[in-house]
Design a protein around this ligand. Structure first.
Ligand SMILES: Nc1ncnc2c1ncn2[C@@H]1O[C@H](COP(=O)(O)OP(=O)(O)OP(=O)(O)O)[C@@H](O)[C@H]1O
Ligand SMILES: [Mg+2]
Length: 585
């Protein structure tokens, strides 16, 4: 694998969020759930406080002969209360974290679907998917485990420290040193843990994206005998994730001994000094027992709190990745403030006026002007890369032109209330003729879910799919496979054309719709397209001269410029570029 390629691929996945997301963003995210969070906090804190009463009762049980039974009964009651409060609190918190996940996913899905096509040009599918799954999961962790540990830990530590000071402040001062040493040790490894955890997370994103790349093109992978290379490439990301994960484990394995050092060191000091103080009568045995318990309550949650710090870091990185999608600009509605003029039936179905457009490097279209009259069959021809498919993308408002104007029925597309309003007047068959997983019927009615059986049967007959459907045991209810893999290339094209025709659009855009068809079906379908074009304007990108000749008007595109418009005969006579193009067909 070329390391340079790997790097450029990774940079797309590992791309840092454009805005740095801080704890404030997390707080805002959780703000909507403050009711449930407040309740679970109250319960969790109550449970922590109840736990703190245990050393006090234990002290009484040890010291007070008469009250021992009462103290033990109270202890049992306390344990029950504490268990109840902490389990209800934990349940509430878990439910809240599920709600946070739901809310994020619900926000992500429509945003992903309604984001501009540019966002999809810029990001890999696997990477976008991992934002809705892995990254949302990281935030769930923060809410579910992070918050509860943070709350109980902080309350317990503060409370236990206060208790120790109250019980014996001199003894407390003696414990400060070993605990400080332990904490300092943990702090030194914490930064390393954070970096390694982020790396593990990023490798996982790259793993998902490359997995998607290979699985979605599995036939290409196999045909090129690339399975071992793909396995190595994807496995490489798994290796990276493993290495980073092991580093996290190594560093985290230092946390426990450091905390144990703190715990045992301070315990030794307390036992030693406290024992002497009990012996000389300056403190009681019960007090010493309570002090030791409080000490344990201080030291134990410390490790957890350090874990949360790195978890929150991971959660923030994920929140940044999610917010990048959520805040990505959606497709814009109307850009011109004026009221929408009524579409005129006499106006051209589609008109480009001096349109220039660039994908970012060089002009894909430069100053293109042409008209497609209503009720006509127009062909768009040109060499590969001339900008033909780009014309369709602009007519569908997948992109906005940098210059010029595009009009549908005489109305500029940016005066329509939304891109969807433009698309409801047009039907597009893309060059790749995508067929979605599902049944044939679902694919046919995808653009018009309310189509009747008669309409479907009519369209199926017109695009010559009836032979295929008659052969299938389940007919229209046959599954077509992922990306229509159970259909032939020509069948996929006919399904895509049928889907477009069924929408009864005002403008039909067909991008090489018959390139995969045999001459018999091609001729038949060209006749259908010609017939359809009498009721709706049809613009066809075509390479076959037989299709092109049928067009009333031909638009010739070369390197983004319109270099000729006219009928086949006119162009053959006057246009040298078209002559060369037509001769080569
Ligand atoms: N999404 C994109 N991002 C960047 N550049 C693009 C994108 N789509 C197309 N291009 C570039 O824009 C130019 C015009 O592409 P377009 O797809 O319109 O060509 P075409 O005329 O349809 O070619 P073909 O006959 O091969 O389908 C090409 O140079 C292409 O590389
Ligand atoms: Mg094309």
């Amino acid at each position: 694998m070329n390391p340079k390629t790997a790097e450029s691929v990774d940079s797309a996945v590992l791309e840092p969020p454009r805005e740095k997301v801080g704890v404030a963003a997390l707080v805002r995210l959780l703000g909507a759930h403050r009711g449930a969070l407040a309740w679970s906090s109250v319960l969790t804190i109550t449970a922590s406080l109840l736990r703190l009463a245990v050393p006090l009762l234990a002290m009484r049980a040890v010291e007070n002969q008469d009250g021992r039974v009462a103290a033990i009964v109270a202890l049992a009651a306390l344990f029950a209360l504490q268990a109840g409060a902490s389990s209800v609190g934990a349940y509430l918190l878990q439910r809240t974290s599920e709600s946070v996940v739901l809310r994020l996913r619900r926000a992500l899905v429509p945003r992903l679907l309604s984001a501009r096509v540019r966002l999809h040009d810029e990001h890999r599918v696997g990477d976008l998917l991992s934002r809705a799954t892995t990254d949302v999961g990281a935030i769930r962790e923060v809410v579910m485990r992070g918050l509860v540990d943070l709350l109980t830990g902080t309350v317990t530590i503060i409370g236990a420290m206060a208790l120790m000071i109250w019980l014996d402040w001199r003894l407390f001062l003696l414990t400060v040193l070993p605990v400080t040493i332990g904490v300092a040790l943990v702090f030194t490894v914490l930064a390393g843990i954070r970096a390694a955890a982020l790396r593990a997370q990023a490798s996982l994103g790259a793993f998902a994206a490359d997995m998607e790349r290979a699985l979605s093109a599995i036939r290409t992978v196999k045909a090129n005998n690339a399975e071992p290379r793909e396995a190595k490439r994807i496995g490489g990301h798994a290796d990276d994730s493993y290495t980073a994960g092991v580093r996290v484990a190594k560093l985290e394995s230092l946390v426990t001994p450091a905390m144990e050092l703190a715990a045992n060191g301070s315990m030794l000091v307390v036992v030693l000094v406290g024992g002497m103080r009990v012996a000389d009568g300056s403190t009681s045995l019960g007090q010493l027992v309570a002090f030791l318990m409080a000490l344990m309550y201080t030291v134990m949650p410390l490790a957890g709190i350090f874990g949360i710090a790195s978890m929150v870091q991971k959660g923030l990185a994920s929140l940044g990745r999610i917010q990048e999608v959520v805040s990505a600009p959606a497709e814009s509605g109307r850009t011109a403030p004026a009221a929408v003029p009524e579409p005129a039936a006499t106006a051209p179905a589609l008109e480009f006026r001096n349109v220039s457009f660039s994908y970012g490097r060089g002009l894909a279209l430069s100053g293109a002007s042409f008209q497609v009259e209503a009720g006509t069959f127009t062909a768009l021809v040109g060499l590969s890369g001339a900008g033909k498919s780009t014309v369709f993308s602009l007519a569908e408002r997948f992109y906005e032109p940098q210059d010029g104007e595009i009009l549908i029925n005489g109305v500029p597309v940016d005066r329509f209330p939304s891109p969807q309003a433009v698309r409801s007047r047009t039907a597009l068959v893309e060059q790749s003729c995508p067929v979605l997983h599902g049944t044939l019927r679902e694919n046919l009615v995808y653009g018009r879910p309310d189509a009747t059986d008669e309409e479907i049967a009519d369209v199926v007959h017109r695009v010559r799919l009836d032979g295929l459907i008659a052969k299938l045991p389940r007919g229209l209810d046959t599954l077509v496979g992922d990306h229509g893999s159970a259909l032939s290339g020509g069948e996929r094209q006919r399904v895509a054309i049928a889907r477009a025709v069924l929408r009864r659009p005002g403008l039909l855009l067909l991008d090489e719709p018959t390139s995969a068809l045999d001459p018999v079906n091609e001729a038949a379908l060209s006749a259908v397209i010609k017939e359809v074009s009498t009721s709706c304007a049809t613009l066809v990108i075509a390479h076959r001269i037989s299709t092109i000749r049928q067009a009333e008007k031909i638009i010739v595109l070369d390197a983004g410029k319109v270099v000729g418009v006219g009928s086949h005969d006119d162009l053959v006579r006057d246009n040298t570029f078209y002559q060369a193009l037509a001769l080569s067909r």
